[in-house]
Ligand binder design. Structure first.
Ligand SMILES: C[S@@+](CC[C@H](N)C(=O)[O-])C[C@H]1O[C@@H](n2cnc3c(N)ncnc32)[C@H](O)[C@@H]1O
Length: 213
């Protein structure tokens, strides 16, 4: 693992201590709505013992929302920051979710083994090469006809908020984060034939649903 990668891990390890508080302040009351929208879009109702992978799971809010939906769901959270995973495990009161430490660019799973693979508000923070690799890996490990769900921030409409949004992106993300967020579904269409775009009720986040053929 390169030094810049380990540097990023250190950054996220420190961030893990106040990540949930930061998200609460940042998303106001929309966090739960956003997670519910993502979980409901996975269409798991008719599947027996569905397997769900959440990459870049952070402190586990999304993968634990999946686990809460049904004890039948086999949920796996995956992240390269041990700090984030430690917080996620603390929140997993049922112990239903498996948390694995690893790089999104190299998923430690065999091909075609998950019904749903998701990534919430994280792809834009990955460097271009890592992001491209991670997307290919998500496609590799999801079953044929399975779903890859990508939740991302939507660009704010109000000019002042938009400016703050881009400043935050410049300070936190790689150089092309802004471009990536603006592109909508184009980067996903390169890898999946079947891609749809929808928005949360608040309009603050967008969900890209990619079906593997
Ligand atoms: C902004 S947080 C998103 C966390 C969570 N998905 C959520 O919606 O709250 C980004 C997460 O991606 C993880 N991450 C960044 N680069 C990664 C990589 N190359 N491999 C695995 N995890 C990575 C970080 O450790 C961090 O937990």
């Amino acid at each position: 693992m390169s030094n810049s990668r380990t540097g990023r891990q250190k950054y996220y390890n420190i961030f893990s201590h106040f990540y949930d508080l930061f998200i609460k302040l940042h998303s106001h009351n929309y966090g739960e709505e956003t997670r519910k929208f993502l979980v409901d879009s996975a269409q798991l109702e008719e599947k027996a013992h569905p397997r769900v992978l959440d990459i870049c799971c952070g402190t586990g809010s999304v993968v634990l929302a999946f686990a809460r939906k049904s004890p039948d769901i086999q949920s796996v959270g995956y992240d390269f920051s041990l700090g984030m995973l430690h917080k996620a495990k603390e929140k997993d009161l049922s112990g239903q979710t498996l948390f694995i430490n690893g790089d999104a660019a190299r998923l430690s799973f065999v091909d075609d083994c998950f019904d749903v693979v998701c990534c919430s508000h994280a792809l834009y923070e990955l460097k271009n090469q890592v992001r491209t690799r991670a997307l290919l890996e998500m496609k590799r490990v999801v079953k044929p006809n399975g779903l890859v769900l990508i939740m991302e921030h939507e660009v704010p409409r109000k000019r002042f908020i938009k400016m703050l949004f881009y400043i935050r992106m410049l300070s936190m993300g790689p150089k092309d984060s802004r471009e990536f967020v603006k592109q909508g579904i184009a980067p996903f269409k390169k890898n999946f034939a079947n891609v749809t775009l929808s928005h949360t009720i608040s309009g603050k986040s967008k969900l890209i649903i990619c079906r593997k053929e």
